[in-house]
Design a protein around this ligand. Structure first.
Ligand code: S3P
Length: 200
């Protein structure tokens, strides 16, 4: 017998009805959590298109508001300064009435009790986008220069080693999310569909 998950997943009609339901009822934050390169921003953009709600990327907001790249903030003022700014802008978003989709930075849930802040709000749903160290290392090795925590890593092997350990350390924070989504071998739109199906 077909289970409800596969009916929702495969039926475009049910899918459109789901989107309509979410579009009309949505009065909460969808917060995307996960390691660097796990696809948070791309999934947020896709969700935003599908349910016509504005999205905010926390890193982008910090860069725009501070008129500096994340890399420059790290280089000039250090990580602790960045983490304080990160907390400040996260609180601003959560306390505003612009209900929306938010993609966090990879480290956001692990500092300043940010996860506690998110868990304390009834209208906040957190989604942890899970990705294997191998898959994410492939992506990150190519893009490492713009990411201050990994820009110094000079071989794929070292990247995988660093990512495996770092991801393991961060897991206790990430796994406090409302939902966990395995993103390995899934397209951005499949991940967005999985999220919408979990919201209804
Ligand atoms: C960080 C992740 C980055 C950015 C900063 C620190 C982290 O965001 O916030 O470089 O600690 O994992 P992305 O996950 O969007 O790359």
């Amino acid at each position: 017998a077909a289970n409800i998950g596969s009916i929702i997943y495969f039926s475009p009609v049910i899918y459109v009805i789901l989107c309509y339901f979410i579009f009309t009822k949505l009065s909460f934050f969808i917060v995307l959590i996960g390691y660097m390169g796990s696809g948070k921003t791309s999934v947020a953009i896709e969700l935003s298109k599908q349910i016509s709600k504005p999205f905010i990327d926390l890193d982008n907001l910090i860069e725009k508001s501070e008129k500096m790249t994340i890399k420059t903030i790290f280089d000039k003022y250090g990580e602790i300064y960045f983490r304080k700014k990160e907390r400040f802008y996260l609180e601003n978003i959560i306390n505003s009435n612009n209900y929306s989709i938010i993609s966090l930075g990879g480290g956001t849930p692990c500092y300043s009790d940010n996860m506690k802040l998110l868990q304390s709000r009834e209208n906040v749903y957190t989604f942890f986008l899970k990705v294997s160290p191998k898959n994410v290392s492939k992506r990150l090795f190519v893009e490492r220069k713009k990411r201050p925590l990994i820009s110094h890593i000079d071989s794929f092997q070292s990247m995988e080693k660093f990512v495996s350990k770092h991801l393991f350390e961060r897991m206790p924070y990430y796994s406090k999310s409302t939902h966990q989504i395995d993103t390995n071998n899934k397209s951005i739109s499949e991940i967005a569909k999985n999220i919408l199906a979990l919201l209804t």
